[in-house]
Design a protein around this ligand. Structure first.
Ligand code: BTN
Length: 285
């Protein structure tokens, strides 16, 4: 979780992408039209090229955009991830989208909402593609140990409550290995790389937002518990020995649990439990 940067964004009008990146089947705009009665996606802002959809969604939220406003772009020129990392977002090959939410929950609950979003993305991918997705704390959707999707939630607080949050989802859909920069070649994957088949981005976008809406409603009605149970069942490192790398170094222990706020509880060799709200987890053999 991090605070939003209020950078100015650039956006251009949509124009037809080159043929090799053209989406066959449902377009993003057709998917958006099907969401007109939904809570998440009743308003979709579809842009060709922006610095970051999170920036645009943040600015919209500052101007009072209602909950469920969605920004989606064909390309991001300065997409960003957790811990100030860059998020590679080439034109027409992935889902780069951000959702404005205004949940009536305390700030501590926001991290578990991000975990619910990753459950929604995993279920959406599974519903459309024959691919064995799993989850990695805090918010990665993985295939065979490589990253398929990341989620970046940025929050504006006001009076001790959440004013709004922007949940940004980056999902690699149709990249080939050569579409990733060299430094991501070992760690990133796409649905195309995992299945050998192109996926229709409109259908994927629609499925993600529909699953997200379902999880979000559950979260608002009943809290994070049922979502977190699903999250645990999709996380192969749960109960295993792991290393958690944070800003202050690395710690080893057993991935003991996720608490109701989405924090990772690590059982150290001393038997003491330590809680993490941020960091990177890797298996220890
Ligand atoms: C991570 O795994 O570090 C999170 C990556 C989040 C990327 C998405 S793409 C849409 C939205 N806009 C951004 O700049 N970032 C998020």
């Amino acid at each position: 979780m991090s605070f939003g940067l209020r950078r100015r964004h650039e956006s251009r009008e949509l124009r037809m992408p080159p043929a090799h990146r053209r989406n066959i089947g449902m377009s993003i705009d057709e998917a958006a039209a099907r969401l007109c009665r939904a809570q998440i996606g009743k308003r979709v802002i579809h842009l060709e090229s922006v610095a970051s959809t999170n920036d645009v969604a943040w600015e919209e939220a500052e101007r009072g955009a209602p909950e469920g406003t969605v920004v989606v772009a064909e390309e991001q020129t300065a997409g960003r991830g957790r811990m100030s990392r860059k998020w590679h977002s080439p034109p027409g090959l992935g889902i780069w989208t951000s959702v404005v939410l205004r949940p009536d929950v305390s700030p501590e609950n926001a991290a578990s909402l991000t975990l619910c979003a990753s459950v929604a993305v995993a279920k959406a991918v599974r519903s459309l593609c024959p691919v064995n997705v799993s989850l990695k704390w805090p918010n990665d959707v993985m295939v065979k140990g490589k990253k398929l999707c990341g989620i970046l939630t940025e929050i504006k607080f006001g009076g001790g409550r959440i004013d709004f949050l922007v949940c940004g989802i980056g999902l690699n859909a149709n990249q080939r290995v050569q579409d990733f920069p060299a430094e991501l070649a070992q760690s990133a994957t796409s649905i195309f790389m995992a299945t050998g088949k192109m996926v229709n981005r409109g259908e994927l976008f629609l499925a993600i937002l529909r699953h997200f809406e379902k999880k979000y409603r559950e979260f608002c009605r009943n809290g994070a518990a049922s979502c977190l149970d699903e999250w645990r069942s999709m996380c192969p490192l749960f109960g295993k020995r792991v290393r958690v790398k944070g800003r202050r170094g690395a710690v080893e222990g057993v991935f003991f649990n996720i608490d109701d706020n989405g924090a990772l509880l690590l059982r150290l060799d001393s038997g003491v439990h330590r809680s993490f709200l941020a960091g990177d987890v890797e298996p220890v053999s």
